[in-house]
Design a protein around this ligand. Structure first.
Ligand SMILES: NC(=O)c1ccc[n+]([C@@H]2O[C@H](COP(=O)([O-])OP(=O)(O)OC[C@H]3O[C@@H](n4cnc5c(N)ncnc54)[C@H](OP(=O)(O)O)[C@@H]3O)[C@@H](O)[C@H]2O)c1
Length: 300
């Protein structure tokens, strides 16, 4: 009898230890971002780059040696940020790309003129100002369509344009799609956002599987950063341990490059939080999320 109990104990301890190692693994490996810095003139492209997480990605990429194409919808804001970045990072080059992500057509994407892109960060996402959280039937049909275009279609079209006709001899390329934990939490009052973030995750995973099947996985890395709260203008959260600044999140996201995971949470602290929350029954979890979000309806 004692030997059966010791066997059960040993199996339990081994299983828990292995799960813990797998859980921690992406946070222990050093970033392999340098792999995409192949030439003196390596370019990254970041969408939604005039504020929040997008701007932080631009700063972190410039800091780590990349020239960056900064995308946004407002040419004046983009030019102002470009001037600031040129002063802040004198050795780097910056280009602007003006496109409204909620209305961009396939023709506009096809006719884009871009430098060769080593790193694409599909960051743009959210909802119309003040309407990220809203009762579904208080949204207009046009707004629902625009949110789907900005959060899902735009990412798929731009990824298609940047990856182009894949050749095994091309320099390595990285695509980071910014997802969100809400794709698994199924939050009320943000259905188009939750649904499109689930698209982002599934699209990224499927694209990775195709890269493996076609033998491109050695030089094309696909990631989905499943982010949780960040202190930005759309989240309306003040900076805190649970809602870090965009720069902390961008740095963590780039540190996960080469971790071997497609979908990954950038920050360990958020993963621990969600692992604990995931133990709650679904109905209880929904009540908790609703109580955190109900005051945001019509704001953010
Ligand atoms: N904040 C969070 O708590 C959180 C959590 C999980 C995931 N995320 C994800 O992180 C990403 C960035 O979020 P964020 O909080 O940093 O957002 P943000 O602070 O609201 O910034 C959004 C950026 O996207 C641009 N943008 C918005 N609509 C656009 C459009 N139609 N066309 C072109 N550009 C547009 C904005 O430009 P303007 O300057 O012109 O407004 C801005 O540069 C999103 O994918 C979001 O879903 C955020």
């Amino acid at each position: 009898m004692p030997s059966v109990l010791s066997l059960i104990g040993a199996v339990t301890v081994t299983t828990i230890s292995m799960r813990l190692i797998l859980f921690l693994q992406p946070y222990l490996k050093p970033s392999k971002l340098d792999r995409y810095l192949t030439e003196k003139d390596s370019w990254a492209l970041v969408t939604g780059a005039t504020d929040g997480l997008g701007l932080a990605f631009v700063q972190e990429l410039a800091h780590r040696g990349f020239n960056v194409v900064i995308h946004g919808r407002d040419p004046d804001k983009l030019n102002g940020i470009k001037t600031q970045l040129e002063k802040q990072y004198p050795g780097r080059r910056f280009q602007i790309l003006v496109l409204d992500a909620s209305t961009t057509t396939p023709q506009q994407i096809t006719s884009l003129s871009l430098p060769p892109i080593s790193v694409l960060i599909n960051n743009v996402g959210g909802g119309p100002p003040g309407r990220l959280w809203l009762r579904f039937h208080d949204r207009t049909v046009q707004e629902v369509a625009d949110m789907v275009t900005m959060n899902a279609t735009f990412t798929a079209m731009l990824t298609h344009r940047v990856l182009g006709d894949l050749q095994k001899t091309q320099p390595p390329r990285l695509v980071i799609n910014v997802g969100s934990v809400v794709s698994s939490l199924h939050a009320a009052w943000m259905e188009p956002y939750c649904g499109t973030k689930a698209f982002i995750e599934s699209f990224s995973e499927a694209l990775h599987v195709e890269m493996v099947a076609e033998g491109h996985d050695n030089n094309v890395e696909i990631m989905c950063l499943k982010a949780a709260s960040i202190s930005t203008k759309s989240s309306q959260l003040p900076p805190s341990f649970t809602a870090p600044t965009p720069r902390v999140m961008a740095k963590a996201g780039l540190d996960r490059v080469g971790s071997g995971r497609v979908t990954t949470g950038p920050l360990l602290r958020h993963e621990v939080m969600f692992a604990v929350m995931g133990m709650l029954p679904k109905a209880t979890l929904s009540k908790v999320i609703n109580s955190m979000n109900s005051f945001k309806i019509g704001r953010g």
